[in-house]
Ligand binder design. Structure first.
Ligand SMILES: *[C@@H]1O[C@H](CO)[C@@H](O)[C@H](O)[C@H]1NC(C)=O
Ligand SMILES: *[C@@H]1O[C@H](CO)[C@@H](O)[C@H](O)[C@H]1NC(C)=O
Ligand SMILES: [Ca+2]
Length: 232
Protein backbone atom coordinates (compact mmCIF):
# COMPACT_ATOMS: atom_id res chain seq x y z
CA UNK A 1 0.00 0.00 0.00
CA UNK A 2 2.79 2.42 0.90
CA UNK A 3 4.59 1.25 -2.21
CA UNK A 4 2.10 3.01 -4.53
CA UNK A 5 3.58 6.28 -5.75
CA UNK A 6 1.51 9.36 -4.93
CA UNK A 7 0.99 10.31 -8.56
CA UNK A 8 -0.51 7.01 -9.55
CA UNK A 9 -4.24 7.63 -8.85
CA UNK A 10 -4.08 10.88 -10.82
CA UNK A 11 -2.29 9.16 -13.69
CA UNK A 12 -4.94 6.40 -13.73
CA UNK A 13 -7.72 8.99 -13.62
CA UNK A 14 -6.21 10.95 -16.52
CA UNK A 15 -5.77 7.77 -18.54
CA UNK A 16 -9.41 6.83 -17.94
CA UNK A 17 -10.53 10.35 -18.83
CA UNK A 18 -8.53 10.33 -22.06
CA UNK A 19 -9.84 6.92 -23.09
CA UNK A 20 -13.44 7.82 -22.22
CA UNK A 21 -13.19 10.89 -24.50
CA UNK A 22 -12.01 8.67 -27.33
CA UNK A 23 -14.88 6.18 -27.08
CA UNK A 24 -17.25 6.50 -30.04
CA UNK A 25 -20.79 7.52 -29.09
CA UNK A 26 -24.11 6.67 -30.67
CA UNK A 27 -25.63 10.11 -31.31
CA UNK A 28 -28.90 8.86 -32.81
CA UNK A 29 -31.64 11.43 -32.06
CA UNK A 30 -29.13 14.03 -30.88
CA UNK A 31 -27.73 17.15 -32.50
CA UNK A 32 -24.87 19.60 -32.18
CA UNK A 33 -26.23 23.05 -31.32
CA UNK A 34 -24.09 26.10 -32.19
CA UNK A 35 -26.21 28.68 -30.37
CA UNK A 36 -24.27 31.88 -31.08
CA UNK A 37 -21.96 33.36 -33.64
CA UNK A 38 -18.40 32.65 -32.56
CA UNK A 39 -14.95 31.93 -33.91
CA UNK A 40 -14.12 29.46 -31.13
CA UNK A 41 -17.02 26.97 -30.89
CA UNK A 42 -16.57 23.79 -32.91
CA UNK A 43 -16.73 20.01 -32.89
CA UNK A 44 -13.77 17.98 -34.08
CA UNK A 45 -14.54 14.56 -35.55
CA UNK A 46 -12.11 11.64 -35.63
CA UNK A 47 -12.42 9.36 -38.67
CA UNK A 48 -12.44 5.59 -38.32
CA UNK A 49 -9.37 5.08 -40.52
CA UNK A 50 -6.30 6.80 -41.99
CA UNK A 51 -6.92 5.66 -45.54
CA UNK A 52 -6.26 7.85 -48.57
CA UNK A 53 -9.58 9.04 -49.99
CA UNK A 54 -10.43 8.85 -53.70
CA UNK A 55 -14.19 8.57 -54.00
CA UNK A 56 -16.12 10.10 -51.13
CA UNK A 57 -19.60 11.00 -49.93
CA UNK A 58 -20.37 13.24 -46.99
CA UNK A 59 -23.91 13.80 -45.71
CA UNK A 60 -25.38 15.84 -42.87
CA UNK A 61 -28.54 17.65 -41.86
CA UNK A 62 -28.58 21.26 -40.73
CA UNK A 63 -31.18 23.63 -39.28
CA UNK A 64 -30.54 27.38 -39.32
CA UNK A 65 -32.15 30.73 -40.05
CA UNK A 66 -29.03 32.55 -41.26
CA UNK A 67 -28.35 33.45 -44.89
CA UNK A 68 -24.72 34.41 -44.36
CA UNK A 69 -21.77 32.37 -45.54
CA UNK A 70 -21.71 29.33 -43.23
CA UNK A 71 -19.27 26.45 -43.14
CA UNK A 72 -21.10 23.13 -42.80
CA UNK A 73 -18.19 20.68 -42.98
CA UNK A 74 -14.46 21.33 -43.03
CA UNK A 75 -11.78 18.70 -43.68
CA UNK A 76 -8.25 20.09 -43.70
CA UNK A 77 -4.89 18.49 -44.35
CA UNK A 78 -1.48 19.93 -43.53
CA UNK A 79 -0.99 20.97 -47.16
CA UNK A 80 -4.54 22.25 -47.93
CA UNK A 81 -7.06 23.66 -45.40
CA UNK A 82 -9.95 23.26 -47.87
CA UNK A 83 -9.23 19.62 -48.77
CA UNK A 84 -12.95 18.86 -48.57
CA UNK A 85 -15.23 21.65 -47.41
CA UNK A 86 -18.91 22.37 -47.75
CA UNK A 87 -20.52 25.76 -47.09
CA UNK A 88 -23.73 27.70 -47.57
CA UNK A 89 -23.16 30.37 -50.21
CA UNK A 90 -24.38 33.86 -49.14
CA UNK A 91 -25.87 34.45 -52.61
CA UNK A 92 -27.88 31.21 -52.33
CA UNK A 93 -26.91 27.61 -52.92
CA UNK A 94 -23.72 25.98 -51.74
CA UNK A 95 -19.97 25.91 -52.17
CA UNK A 96 -17.91 22.73 -52.31
CA UNK A 97 -14.12 22.69 -52.13
CA UNK A 98 -11.96 19.71 -53.02
CA UNK A 99 -8.21 20.14 -52.69
CA UNK A 100 -8.62 23.92 -52.55
CA UNK A 101 -10.62 24.07 -55.81
CA UNK A 102 -14.11 25.58 -55.59
CA UNK A 103 -17.37 24.61 -57.28
CA UNK A 104 -20.49 26.69 -56.64
CA UNK A 105 -24.00 25.24 -56.86
CA UNK A 106 -26.40 28.17 -57.09
CA UNK A 107 -29.83 26.65 -57.58
CA UNK A 108 -30.16 24.12 -54.77
CA UNK A 109 -32.77 24.62 -52.04
CA UNK A 110 -32.19 25.90 -48.51
CA UNK A 111 -35.18 25.95 -46.18
CA UNK A 112 -34.72 28.26 -43.21
CA UNK A 113 -36.10 27.00 -39.89
CA UNK A 114 -36.29 23.47 -41.26
CA UNK A 115 -33.95 20.53 -41.44
CA UNK A 116 -32.07 20.39 -44.74
CA UNK A 117 -30.37 17.17 -45.84
CA UNK A 118 -27.21 17.71 -47.84
CA UNK A 119 -24.93 15.13 -49.45
CA UNK A 120 -21.80 15.82 -51.49
CA UNK A 121 -20.11 13.20 -53.64
CA UNK A 122 -16.71 13.31 -55.31
CA UNK A 123 -15.32 10.81 -57.82
CA UNK A 124 -11.58 11.37 -58.14
CA UNK A 125 -11.12 9.24 -61.27
CA UNK A 126 -13.12 11.67 -63.44
CA UNK A 127 -13.01 14.62 -61.03
CA UNK A 128 -16.77 15.04 -60.77
CA UNK A 129 -18.67 16.35 -57.78
CA UNK A 130 -22.39 16.50 -57.21
CA UNK A 131 -24.55 17.89 -54.42
CA UNK A 132 -27.93 16.65 -53.31
CA UNK A 133 -30.09 18.85 -51.08
CA UNK A 134 -33.44 17.61 -49.75
CA UNK A 135 -33.43 14.98 -52.49
CA UNK A 136 -32.73 17.45 -55.32
CA UNK A 137 -29.59 16.75 -57.37
CA UNK A 138 -27.30 19.40 -58.82
CA UNK A 139 -25.50 19.09 -62.14
CA UNK A 140 -22.12 17.40 -61.80
CA UNK A 141 -19.16 19.79 -61.74
CA UNK A 142 -15.43 19.37 -62.24
CA UNK A 143 -13.09 19.25 -59.26
CA UNK A 144 -9.59 17.84 -58.87
CA UNK A 145 -9.59 14.97 -61.39
CA UNK A 146 -7.03 12.29 -60.62
CA UNK A 147 -6.43 13.63 -57.13
CA UNK A 148 -6.83 12.17 -53.69
CA UNK A 149 -7.14 13.33 -50.10
CA UNK A 150 -4.04 12.01 -48.36
CA UNK A 151 -2.32 13.02 -45.10
CA UNK A 152 -3.96 12.98 -41.68
CA UNK A 153 -7.12 15.09 -41.88
CA UNK A 154 -8.54 17.38 -39.21
CA UNK A 155 -12.32 17.38 -39.52
CA UNK A 156 -14.36 20.21 -38.03
CA UNK A 157 -18.06 21.04 -37.85
CA UNK A 158 -19.28 24.53 -36.87
CA UNK A 159 -16.28 26.43 -38.25
CA UNK A 160 -14.35 26.63 -41.53
CA UNK A 161 -10.64 25.91 -41.26
CA UNK A 162 -8.42 28.39 -43.13
CA UNK A 163 -5.38 26.60 -41.76
CA UNK A 164 -4.75 23.04 -40.54
CA UNK A 165 -6.94 22.86 -37.40
CA UNK A 166 -7.58 26.58 -37.04
CA UNK A 167 -7.91 30.15 -38.36
CA UNK A 168 -11.64 30.28 -37.74
CA UNK A 169 -13.67 33.37 -38.58
CA UNK A 170 -17.17 34.53 -37.60
CA UNK A 171 -17.70 35.47 -41.28
CA UNK A 172 -18.14 31.78 -42.18
CA UNK A 173 -18.99 30.22 -38.80
CA UNK A 174 -22.16 28.19 -38.50
CA UNK A 175 -25.11 29.12 -36.26
CA UNK A 176 -27.82 26.50 -35.80
CA UNK A 177 -28.18 22.76 -35.39
CA UNK A 178 -26.32 19.94 -37.15
CA UNK A 179 -27.14 16.23 -36.99
CA UNK A 180 -26.66 12.87 -38.75
CA UNK A 181 -23.10 13.51 -39.98
CA UNK A 182 -21.86 10.56 -42.03
CA UNK A 183 -18.97 10.11 -44.44
CA UNK A 184 -18.13 7.19 -46.71
CA UNK A 185 -14.92 6.27 -48.56
CA UNK A 186 -16.94 5.72 -51.75
CA UNK A 187 -19.75 7.31 -53.69
CA UNK A 188 -23.27 6.46 -52.58
CA UNK A 189 -25.76 5.62 -55.31
CA UNK A 190 -28.60 8.10 -55.96
CA UNK A 191 -30.93 5.56 -54.36
CA UNK A 192 -28.85 5.47 -51.16
CA UNK A 193 -28.72 9.28 -51.08
CA UNK A 194 -32.53 9.41 -51.36
CA UNK A 195 -32.74 6.98 -48.42
CA UNK A 196 -30.51 9.29 -46.36
CA UNK A 197 -32.54 12.37 -47.36
CA UNK A 198 -35.82 10.65 -46.49
CA UNK A 199 -34.46 9.41 -43.16
CA UNK A 200 -35.14 5.83 -44.29
CA UNK A 201 -32.86 2.87 -43.73
CA UNK A 202 -29.32 3.50 -45.00
CA UNK A 203 -25.91 2.03 -44.32
CA UNK A 204 -24.11 4.38 -41.90
CA UNK A 205 -20.87 6.04 -42.94
CA UNK A 206 -17.76 3.85 -42.81
CA UNK A 207 -15.41 6.84 -42.44
CA UNK A 208 -17.55 8.97 -40.10
CA UNK A 209 -20.58 7.35 -38.49
CA UNK A 210 -23.12 9.34 -36.45
CA UNK A 211 -24.09 6.08 -34.70
CA UNK A 212 -20.51 5.53 -33.48
CA UNK A 213 -18.90 8.94 -33.54
CA UNK A 214 -15.62 9.88 -31.94
CA UNK A 215 -15.63 13.63 -31.34
CA UNK A 216 -14.41 16.41 -29.08
CA UNK A 217 -16.41 19.52 -28.20
CA UNK A 218 -14.71 22.89 -28.03
CA UNK A 219 -16.20 25.93 -26.31
CA UNK A 220 -19.90 26.80 -26.57
CA UNK A 221 -21.48 23.85 -28.40
CA UNK A 222 -24.38 21.95 -26.84
CA UNK A 223 -25.06 18.29 -27.63
CA UNK A 224 -28.75 17.70 -27.02
CA UNK A 225 -31.59 15.33 -27.82
CA UNK A 226 -34.35 16.59 -30.08
CA UNK A 227 -37.07 15.99 -27.48
CA UNK A 228 -39.97 16.25 -29.93
CA UNK A 229 -38.38 13.51 -32.05
CA UNK A 230 -37.74 11.34 -28.97
CA UNK A 231 -41.32 11.76 -27.64
CA UNK A 232 -42.84 10.43 -30.85
C1 LIG B 1 -13.81 5.49 -57.88
O1 LIG B 1 -15.03 5.24 -58.60
C2 LIG B 1 -14.84 4.91 -59.96
C3 LIG B 1 -16.19 4.69 -60.59
O2 LIG B 1 -16.91 5.87 -60.62
C4 LIG B 1 -14.01 3.64 -60.09
O3 LIG B 1 -13.75 3.39 -61.45
C5 LIG B 1 -12.70 3.82 -59.33
O4 LIG B 1 -12.01 2.59 -59.33
C6 LIG B 1 -12.95 4.25 -57.89
N1 LIG B 1 -11.69 4.51 -57.24
C7 LIG B 1 -11.33 3.89 -56.12
C8 LIG B 1 -9.97 4.19 -55.61
O5 LIG B 1 -12.07 3.14 -55.51
C1 LIG C 1 -37.16 17.67 -33.94
O1 LIG C 1 -37.67 16.47 -34.50
C2 LIG C 1 -38.89 16.66 -35.18
C3 LIG C 1 -39.41 15.29 -35.56
O2 LIG C 1 -38.44 14.52 -36.19
C4 LIG C 1 -38.65 17.56 -36.36
O3 LIG C 1 -39.83 17.74 -37.11
C5 LIG C 1 -38.15 18.90 -35.87
O4 LIG C 1 -37.81 19.72 -36.97
C6 LIG C 1 -36.94 18.75 -34.99
N1 LIG C 1 -36.67 20.05 -34.38
C7 LIG C 1 -35.46 20.49 -34.07
C8 LIG C 1 -35.34 21.88 -33.55
O5 LIG C 1 -34.45 19.83 -34.18
CA1 LIG D 1 -12.77 30.52 -44.14
Amino acid sequence: MFGIPRMKPLAIFLTLLASSLAVPKDLTGQMFIFPSLSDTAYIQLTPTSNEILFNVTVCLRFFSDETKQQGLFSLATATEPHSLALALNPEGGYQLYVAGQLATFLALPYERNQWNSICATWDSSVGLTQLWVNGVASPKKALHAGGSIADTPIIVVGQDQDSYGGTFNTADAFVGHITDVHMWDHRLSPCEIQSYAGNLLFRPGNYLNWKALEFTKHNYVVVEYNSSARDK
